[in-house]
Design a protein around this ligand. Structure first.
Ligand SMILES: Nc1nc2c(ncn2[C@@H]2O[C@H](COP(=O)(O)OP(=O)(O)O)[C@@H](O)[C@H]2O)c(=O)[nH]1
Ligand SMILES: [Mg+2]
Length: 282
């Protein structure tokens, strides 16, 4: 038996490991055989239908420091996907980075908005152009971790859910940051829950994952961060065949204002207004 110098395992093992590195489906198959279906499901290792396509919709506004690395991390996720980047009138050189990304990756599509209108407005553009079975909203900074897509998709693939919220407040590790932000988050989520009668723990999360049908006939109006309460209210309000909503724990490595965070007190008040508006009038 020849032993590999690299791993001190038989060389056949080395080539097997190389093969598994390059073929995530085979890796999942092997793990399912070794561990069994139950433990694999708990780890988020489960088979995806071969034709499955994920649409990753990314709103981008002045994110030149992060968006390149973010797209690299999204591409590293072993799920067939299209990446839809919508620039919201950036003025810091982000637009050139997006165009360069489009030239390098054949699954990347880029839409440039002529002026800044807000996250909600660009998300509408993204949803219109999405063709995947499931859509995930992905911010263009590095606060959320794309390697968690598989776990969030699981309830949808197993046909238990239509909409999954990734919650930063149940279970996973998160960077310790602003106390008052966490209070504002809790207040907004609680108020939203009072109107929607959903028991969410993180309404404001960026990670909203849903079947494409969910937004196909949804009239979304908010241009800015009102998108979060508006989407939540409209998901909750469907009567005929209510959408099945799940929450999954996600990790969160929040950024500071020095690192580029933009959301602030004004946005918290505007979210508050949107909770009332979308429940009472629209
Ligand atoms: N702040 C802000 N973000 C925008 C805008 N348009 C699109 N975005 C994108 O929306 C996402 C969320 O913004 P961010 O500032 O990270 O919000 P936060 O993480 O909730 O504080 C990021 O990907 C932004 O690039 C806008 O007009 N203002
Ligand atoms: Mg962010």
């Amino acid at each position: 038996m020849t032993i590999s110098a690299e791993t001190s395992l038989p060389v056949e093992f080395d080539s097997l490991l190389d093969h598994l590195d390059e073929n995530p489906e085979d890796r999942a198959r092997l793990l399912r055989r070794m561990l069994g279906d139950g433990p694999c499901r708990q780890l988020g290792i489960y088979p995806l239908p071969e034709s499955f396509l994920l649409s990753v919709v990314i709103p981008v506004f002045n994110e030149r420091n992060w968006v390149g690395e973010l797209v690299r991390r999204v591409q590293a996720v072993p799920i067939r996907k299209e990446i839809i980047l919508i620039d919201d009138g950036s003025t810091d050189g982000t637009r050139d980075i997006l165009l360069a990304l489009r030239d390098v990756h054949e699954n990347v599509r880029v839409f440039l908005q002529p002026e800044n209108r807000g996250k909600g407005a660009v998300l509408r553009v993204g949803f219109q152009h999405a063709t995947g079975d499931v859509i995930v909203v992905q911010d263009a900074d590095l606060e959320y971790d794309p390697s968690e897509y598989a776990r969030m998709l699981q309830p949808i693939i197993e046909n238990r859910a239509d909409v999954v919220f990734g919650s930063r407040f149940i279970g996973e590790s998160h960077r310790v940051l602003y106390f008052w932000h966490s209070i504002a988050n809790r207040v907004l989520t609680t108020l939203s829950n009072m109107f929607t009668n959903l028991n969410l723990t993180d309404m404001e999360t960026c990670y909203k994952v849903f079947r494409r049908e969910v937004v196909q006939n949804m009239k979304l109006r908010s241009n800015r961060f009102g998108f979060e309460p508006e989407f939540t209210a409209k998901v909750a309000r469907r009567r005929a065949k209510p959408w099945r909503v799940y929450e999954m724990p996600i990790s969160y490595s929040g950024r500071t204002y020095e690192e580029g965070k933009k959301i602030g007190l004004k946005d918290a008040f505007s979210a508050l207004f949107c909770i009332f508006r979308y429940w009472l009038w629209d």
